[in-house]
Write a protein that binds this ligand. Structure first.
Ligand code: DGL
Length: 272
């Protein structure tokens, strides 16, 4: 028995973890933020894969029967290889899941115009993973994707309410809506972006559907656990969460407490 592992390059995965804690409070969670090496968004396939594998190995080694990559960049660039090549060798009885699929499944039932915008890191957008999955599941949807390379650093530095954030959020959103003014649904395809929601709302038309992944991914996890009793029965249930970071625990505690509006105690770990 062990906690459900939740991994992100930094603070973004906290937006997913919060929904797990809200919708599935009975389970234990082990959060790992690779804050020392964030952002992943503009790194190569090889590097994102290697960093993600190190994190997954750490979480499996800590007893997690199930690890969620609460990071689109890692889900887009590393998930497939880890599932197919590494997991059978490292821990064949454990599972690693990503967060793209539940997001893509939901979008078809939300858009009315069939015009959808995707914002993500350079890595997520360039991987084409969303475009490929959407074309498979919803071939009628017209997807316009845009990378927002400045947004993750803004969040990681705690500048999410600053004039600089306002400028960079406005800049990318103007670009997206000039490319397709008919967009009625916007996927925040990076788990850091919900932390910029106030700014995003200021720069988007009223009535726009903004998809934050947390609630969708939590529903999908609940469904997964229902369908997989062999994994569910190995998830410990004390309702506790532990937080790990590869950076200083003091910095993580300060920032994570601001983002989640609760007191967080963290431990620093090394993945290599
Ligand atoms: N939060 C991550 C994502 O969902 C990664 C951001 C980054 O490290 O660039 O893509």
């Amino acid at each position: 028995m062990g906690p459900i592992g939740v991994f992100d390059s930094g603070y973004g995965g906290l937006t997913i973890l919060e929904e797990f804690q809200r919708q599935l409070p009975q389970y234990d969670y082990l959060y790992l933020g690779d804050n020392a090496r964030t952002p992943y968004g503009n790194r190569s396939f090889k590097v994102v894969y290697e960093y993600t594998l190190e994190a997954v190995r750490y979480l499996l080694g800590s007893g997690c029967p199930l690890v969620i990559l609460a990071c689109n960049t890692a889900s887009a660039k590393a998930l497939r290889s880890i599932q197919q090549n590494d997991l059978p060798r490292l821990s064949p009885e454990s599972r690693v899941l990503g967060i793209l699929r539940p997001t893509v499944e939901a979008v078809g039932g939300i858009t009315l115009t069939g015009h959808v915008g995707l914002l993500g890191t350079q890595g997520t957008v360039q991987s084409g993973s969303y475009a490929i999955e959407i074309a498979k599941l919803h071939p009628d949807i017209r997807l316009t994707s845009l990378a927002c390379p400045m947004w993750v650093p803004i969040v990681e530095c705690g500048e999410y309410d600053s004039p600089g954030a306002d400028y960079f959020v406005g800049k990318y959103l103007d670009r997206l809506f000039s490319a397709d003014p008919q967009i009625d649904t916007l996927i925040l395809g990076c788990t850091h972006y919900p932390l910029l929601l106030n700014q995003i709302r200021k720069h988007t038309p009223q009535g726009l559907n903004i998809i934050s992944q947390g609630p969708l991914v939590a529903e999908s996890l609940a469904d997964y656990l229902d369908r997989h009793p062999e994994i569910e029965s190995r998830c410990s249930r004390k309702g506790q969460t532990r937080y790990l970071t590869t950076e200083s625990s003091r910095i993580f505690e300060e920032m994570a407490s601001i983002f989640t509006r609760r007191d967080i105690a963290a431990n620093q770990v090394s993945l290599v």
